[in-house]
Design a protein around this ligand. Structure first.
Ligand SMILES: [Zn+2]
Length: 85
């Protein structure tokens, strides 16, 4: 499983433009790339905190981030969890 360190590392490799704006965008793009999943369809993707990935980063008591299953979509990434059968 990927963790947030991967995203931060990749986003700091970008050059040019507004750093803060690019960082926000690139972090979300990298999230899908790092997980090896296609970009979700906005019409069907989960509206919960997983943003259509089925998992979301959750800070552990030791300070690390782990991806945990989204409870809104039961880890499917779809707003209608029955779509994935
Ligand atoms: Zn979800």
């Amino acid at each position: 499983m990927a963790n947030l360190d991967t995203f931060d590392h990749q986003s700091t490799n970008s050059t040019g433009g507004s750093h803060e704006e690019r960082k926000m965008t690139i972090e979300w793009i990298d999230r899908y790339m790092a997980l090896g999943i296609p970009y979700p369809d906005p019409k069907t993707m989960c509206k919960g905190q997983c943003e259509g990935t089925g998992v979301y980063p959750h800070r552990q008591p030791d300070g690390d981030f782990k991806f945990v299953k989204c409870e809104d979509c039961d880890g499917t990434g779809y707003a209608d969890k029955r779509r994935r059968e």
